[in-house]
Design a protein around this ligand. Structure first.
Ligand SMILES: Cc1ncc(COP(=O)(O)O)c(C=O)c1O
Length: 470
């Protein structure tokens, strides 16, 4: 029997609108096992993708996704812009386009990058299918099995399956309130050098990091860029959130400091316009850009031409900064609502970050709580978050969780945090009963508001490790 003829096992293979594809059975796996490439053995599903199936249920309050609030985009604007694309460019919008992207779209990208102080030529850009494709293409271009990538710990959970798929060895560097500890990075690079290994690239989300919410200080940015130049190392700067700053002064992206010598820049329209467009871009040193372009040709020929026309028309007809202004005001209110709820409902033993922008707060609980187990309990109370382990490749992060504040209304954020707080408090009480220790008691009011430096936006948790972890 060929695979095409293979009947689908009952309940397997089908798609349900809310739950996604059903799980493969052991028998299915056995049948296909010999056909899979070796790289699939290490492939991991993104925890967020798995969770999305559950969190799509209307009875679940999801603090798990990284969803922008797309209801901020007026429906009449969407209709008007689509109508203009249809009237003015329908044949071109429905046609294939150049792999590197439409010139008119690149002009929009030049504007967006200029808003963060970056000067880029349109011939230094490659339009991609979301920023996610940049991570994939960079790995496709640079990573052989066993090659080292250095990343932050925690790192963007969506990069974890990509790094695993390319069989990279990922070394994660601790962070604090000022982002990646560049001193520890330097030590790690020295250690790797002694072992005869050089990382293929350093992956960082320096501004309003996903998942930690922290921002790399200017000093560290300078030091990182200097380090990259001295050691001739590539840095992949992933910057979806830089323009979503609620307070404090903007900091220059690494790309602006390095002027495109060693920094590969990743940008996206997902968080400033819409993730449904699936449009992002990269700016990279030219030899790297050429390889990325070849990788993209093999992946999808070109990104959606229709979407590109939509963005071009949107930039021509509307002031894109207005939508950004609305998003900033909305997310700031939601961040504040989440911080207040955390202060109210989380136990005194918990700590969390106070981001000055972006979409995420990272909370760390006492080391005896495992947030992967906690999630199962929280789901029974119809609330979801991303367990911290999803942001590590080495099993760390077990006591932490990522909380998203952009995708739910303020009342839902409060209720969601209350429900999580309830299950956390149950664990704290259980632990104190079992060990005969006293819980720390309610958080004192004065301390409960997570105060911090407005400029970098953090009273930051030390992103702790569990006892015995590396
Ligand atoms: C840090 C980071 N990088 C990349 C992406 C991918 O975004 P997209 O493919 O929608 O541009 C995300 C999405 O949440 C992200 O948070």
């Amino acid at each position: 029997m060929t695979i095409d003829e293979t009947p689908r096992g009952s309940g397997s293979g089908g798609e349900s609108p809310t739950m996604g594809p059903s799980r493969t059975t052991a028998r299915d796996l056995e049948r296909y096992a010999g056909l899979f490439a070796r790289r699939t053995h290490g492939m991991k599903s993104s925890a967020m993708r798995d969770l999305m199936a559950i969190t799509a249920r209307p009875d679940v309050i999801s603090l798990a996704g990284g969803l922008p609030d797309t209801s901020t985009f007026p429906a009449e604007d969407l209709a008007a812009i689509m109508a203009r694309v249809a009237a003015g460019a329908s044949a071109r919008a429905l046609q294939y386009g150049p792999t590197e992207g439409m010139e008119e779209l690149k002009s929009c990208i030049v504007q967006v990058m200029a808003a963060e102080g970056m000067d880029v030529g349109s011939d230094e850009l490659l339009v991609t299918t979301g920023g996610q494709q940049v991570i994939d293409l960079v790995c496709k271009t640079l990573i052989d099995p066993g090659d080292v990538i250095v990343a932050e710990g925690p790192t963007y959970p969506g990069a974890v399956p990509t790094f695993s798929a390319y069989e990279a060895e990922v070394v994660q560097i601790e962070m604090d309130a000022d982002g990646m500890r560049v001193d520890l990075l330097e030590e790690t690079l020295d250690r790797l050098k002694r072992e005869g290994r050089t990382p293929k690239f350093i992956y960082t989300v320096p501004t309003f990091q996903n998942p930690a919410g922290v921002t790399m200080s200017l000093d560290r940015r300078r030091r990182l860029v200097r380090l990259a130049a001295q050691r001739e190392l590539l840095v992949l700067e992933d910057n979806p959130y830089g323009l979503l700053r609620f307070e404090g002064d903007p900091l220059p992206p690494l790309y602006a400091l390095d002027r495109g010598e060693y920094v590969i820049y990743l940008g996206t329209f997902s968080k400033i316009l819409s993730p449904g467009l699936r449009l992002g871009w990269t700016a990279a040193p030219r030899p790297v850009l050429e390889k990325l372009n070849l990788g993209k040709q093999g992946a999808d020929l070109c990104s959606s031409t229709f979407g590109q026309h939509f963005v071009v028309e949107y930039f021509a007809q509307r002031n894109w900064a207005d939508l950004l202004g609305r998003l900033r005001a909305l997310y700031r209110r939601r961040r504040d609502a989440m911080l207040e709820a955390l202060a109210e409902y989380f136990p005194a033993e918990a700590e969390w970050t106070r981001p000055a922008g972006g979409l995420f707060i990272w909370a760390t609980l006492p080391a005896y709580i495992d947030t992967t187990d906690l999630l199962a309990r929280a789901l029974r109370d119809h609330v979801a978050f991303v367990p911290g382990r999803a942001a590590f490749l080495d099993g760390r992060g077990g006591a932490s969780m990522r909380l998203n504040f952009s995708g739910a209304r303020e009342s839902e954020l409060e209720e969601g945090v209350r429900r999580i707080g309830k299950v956390v408090n149950e664990q704290v009480r259980l632990y104190s009963t079992l060990t005969g220790t006293e819980p720390a008691g309610p958080r004192p009011r004065a301390e409960s508001r997570a105060e911090g430096s407005e400029s970098t936006g953090a009273r930051i948790v030390p992103l702790r490790r569990r006892a015995g972890e590396r």
